[in-house]
Write a protein that binds this ligand. Sequence first.
Ligand SMILES: Cc1ncc(C[n+]2csc(CCOP(=O)(O)OP(=O)(O)O)c2C)c(N)n1
Ligand code: SF4
Ligand SMILES: [Mg+2]
Length: 316
Amino acid sequence: MSEILTETPVRDGSVAVVATPPPATEERKGLTKKEIAADHPTWCPGCGDFSVLALYFKLIEKRKMWHEKITTIAGIGCSSRFPYFVQAHGAHYIHGRALPFASGISLSRPDLHVFVFGGDGDAFSIGGNHFTHTARKNIKMTYCVMDNWVYGLTKKQTSPTSPLGFKSKTDQWGAVDYPINPMKQAIAAGATFVARTTSTNPNHVLAMMEAAMDHDGFGFVECLSECVEFYEGAFDAANPRKGGAFNEVPKNHDVSDELAAYKLAGADFPGYFGIFYKNNKPTKNAKEAEINKAMMEKVKGLKDWQILQKNFDRMK
Ligand SMILES: Cc1ncc(C[n+]2csc(CCOP(=O)(O)OP(=O)(O)O)c2C)c(N)n1
Ligand code: SF4
Ligand SMILES: [Mg+2]
């Protein structure tokens, strides 16, 4: 079966023709877990991040995705090592800057699905501003924050999600700064899909990842993922196998109600798990595509240098 050719607007005003292989058929199957799994992950045995990686593979396999249609991006941290362990296109980028990098990919290659993984420090400390702006711009991507309430890679510093009293190398007498609430942060910033899960509940992680991926916009998933080395037992209260409670978002919760979502996010730990908020407002991708289309009409038939000349003439 032949390739499907689609025209993709490029920022410089030109049109790139992207060759898309035909949908999965007998001839071309989606990726298998075996094909997409790279080197053995270097996380500590028992780290919650293993589960998230395994479920990402499962998602790719289940949704019959192809290498050329996905990209896996991360910042820096234990959790951000993620792209190393995925045998596919992706990047382990600068600490806290995964989202702007992913935004560029998402806006310039609308035919790809952009997945971003990272930690609480990467997302809410050094990357805090980028989180806010990517969310408010509603750039299409799926962002999974593997929240372990600590800086794991750098061996136990207080993170923005560490609870009060947490003893770490930066707070020897216990954390005194009030932690941020990732769900409230995401809702307030304007994220259009906000969900919460925990790596100890694999079916739930997969369901949240799938729902986030199917959302046309900025899909944020907070996934509690235990750091067995530096914050052992942090999420026992959310794990029924350890005597905790896994409370799903109540069935009558209205996901389009921002205030109700915010209230849900305020519940004491372990709180709720599931989709808190969903809103279908237009993405930046769609808005930019409209602008590009209109602009391309205006410069139809002109060569690149003629478009540049026009711009320079305007500046005179
Ligand atoms: C610009 C910059 N500042 C600081 C660091 C050091 N650093 C590396 S990872 C990290 C925090 C990682 O914590 P988190 O994002 O929660 O990931 P985890 O290791 O817990 O999965 C820090 C402070 C860095 N690599 N680059
Ligand atoms: S230090 Fe913690 S977060 Fe990092 S790999 Fe080990 S258990 Fe996982
Ligand atoms: Mg962390």
